[in-house]
Design a protein around this ligand. Structure first.
Ligand code: HEM
Length: 472
């Protein structure tokens, strides 16, 4: 019933001889069978071994790639740090990091210069992750990379090496890139370990009741010593959080601000909601003070802002999941039409960009950005399996609440004060009076469509070049 009309729920893509063939999953119900626990796989279908090209970035013991009891132990250790209750205690740290971001927006508003929203947002999300995960100032918010800390500079360089379509080829096809990745990874690991050792000493000296608030501190506070093994696995998890937490959220926020800028109805709804909840003052400092005092009560009331985030993640999902079972395992999925597919030996790729545009679920507006579909009664008709940007089941995203909290805060601070205008790709088409005009979907007509490219995760192809001005 949920399968898009005319599209098979599973499509085969032959990737041999470089990789095993791939089953491209386009149906919510089959994606659901892959992500849920089964008798055969109590923690859901195993991840595909093709993730190993990411080891330099996230380490060989990363929670993203571990399986079985090893994965369960890690998840148990880090779950409390990502609990809603703990995340509220991070609110002041997150708010503090938005200040340099707004300063840059003010500077660009004054100069009128074009800039990459991706660069500013990625630096901001790095700073938030550094503060939330390990309570260090990563000092990422500089446009000039030479002013950033070494760990951020190198991390960005390392991510850069994955930024083309050859990013996951075997080392013998891309030997010099592989060597460069390993050199960068080694230095980053050393820097992260040094940070961690300093933090560990601080945690051990802290008095009860005055404990460090970071996610890592919470996971380490009951350990007796920082053994070499604990140091090594914790460094892997920090690098995994840095990667998984900054890249995806940056992409989501780029799209959210772009879609808001071209959808006046939605921008007005966001601004009205923020006026009502936060009061009329849109100065970022005032908003931060209000959120620091009462954020826990105010942020959950931002239903339209939440719908903007949900709809952006539906239409422009940054990630996905890739799973695999060995030949002869007997892992079989069933489509709603009754057909069964044995997927053993195939890379199973749950493709969110297809699943979340299923016309059988989202109707004629499946390809349109419509936040209202997530409000009130309308939202009840959408099966939860058809919205999976954070994936579902035991291996879902551990950081989804943090991502949501951070995104709501940033939108609440930025949406009323600034107006963004896209330049280049996705730029508005102007009429003879040089004004943008609406299409029949209530969005400004554009000269060309902005689209995602794959650079590790999916993100706008041009870094989202924009101009900004202070809202009237
Ligand atoms: C909009 C933001 C985000 C999106 C769309 C997103 C999406 C996802 C998806 C699809 C997965 C499953 C990956 C797979 O199966 O291979 C995942 C897992 C994960 N994410 Fe996120 N993520 C986001 C933000 C974050 C943040 C802020 C953090 C942490 C700081 C984070 C940390 C992780 C980790 C550690 C996993 C692995 C969980 C496990 O296997 O137990 N993510 N995320």
């Amino acid at each position: 019933m949920w399968t898009s009309i005319g599209r098979p729920p599973v499509m085969l893509v032959d990737l041999r001889p470089i990789n095993p063939p791939m089953a491209l999953i386009s149906s919510p119900e089959i994606a659901e069978q892959i992500s849920k626990p089964t008798k055969l796989f109590p923690f859901s279908t195993p991840k595909s071994p093709t993730w190993t090209h990411m080891i330099p970035l996230i380490g060989s013991t990363s929670i993203l790639g571990r399986e079985g009891e090893n994965w369960k132990d890690l998840r148990k250790r880090y779950n409390p740090g990502f609990s809603a209750q703990h995340l509220w205690s991070l609110l002041p740290l997150i708010l503090e990091k938005t200040e340099p971001f707004c300063k840059y927006l003010d500077q660009f508003a004054a100069s009128g210069d074009e800039f990459s929203l991706e660069t500013l947002l990625s630096n901001l999300t790095f700073d938030v992750i550094g503060a939330a995960v390990i309570e260090v100032d990563l000092d990422a918010q500089h446009i000039d990379p030479s002013k950033q800390t070494e760990v951020i500079r190198l991390f960005k360089e390392l991510v850069q090496t994955y930024n083309d379509d050859k990013n996951n080829l075997p080392w013998w096809i891309v030997p010099s890139t592989t060597l460069r990745r390993h050199r960068l990874a080694k230095r980053i690991d050393t820097l992260v370990r040094n940070m961690l050792q300093r933090k560990y000493a601080e945690i051990k000296e802290e008095a009860e009741g005055n404990r460090s608030r970071s996610i890592v501190a919470l996971s380490l506070q009951d350990t007796e010593s920082l053994t070499p093994e604990l140091l090594s696995t914790t460094s892997d998890q920090i690098r995994s959080f840095l990667f998984a937490g900054h890249d995806t959220n940056t992409s989501m926020l780029q799209w959210a601000f772009y879609e808001l800028s071209r959808t006046p109805r939605a921008l007005k709804a966001v601004r009205d909601e923020l006026d009502e909840i936060l009061g009329p003052g849109s100065d970022p400092r005032t908003v931060c003070t209000t959120l620091a005092a009462k954020g826990e009560h105010l942020l959950p009331r931002m239903h339209y802002v939440n719908a903007v985030i949900k709809e952006t993640l539906r239409l422009h999902p940054p990630a996905g999941t890739v799973r695999m079972t060995g030949p002869g395992t007997g892992f079989t999925v069933r489509a709603s039409t009754g057909e069964e597919y044995c997927l053993d030996g195939l890379i199973m790729y749950s493709c969110h960009s297809i699943i979340q545009r299923d016309t059988a679920v989202y109707g004629d507006t499946a390809d349109d950005w419509v936040p209202e579909r997530w409000l009130g009664e309308a939202a009840k008709s959408i099966p939860s399996s058809a919205w999976r940007p954070f994936e579902r089941g035991p291996r879902n995203c551990i950081g989804q609440e943090l991502a949501n909290l951070e995104s709501r805060i940033i939108i609440a601070i930025v949406a009323r004060k600034y107006d963004f205008t896209k330049t280049g790709l996705g730029e508005f088409a102007l009429d003879e009076k040089r004004l943008p005009t609406l299409n029949d979907k209530g969005q400004y007509k554009v000269k060309s469509e902005l689209y995602n490219t794959r650079r590790m995760t999916s993100k706008p192809v041009d870094g989202t070049m924009v101009r900004v001005k202070l809202a009237a």
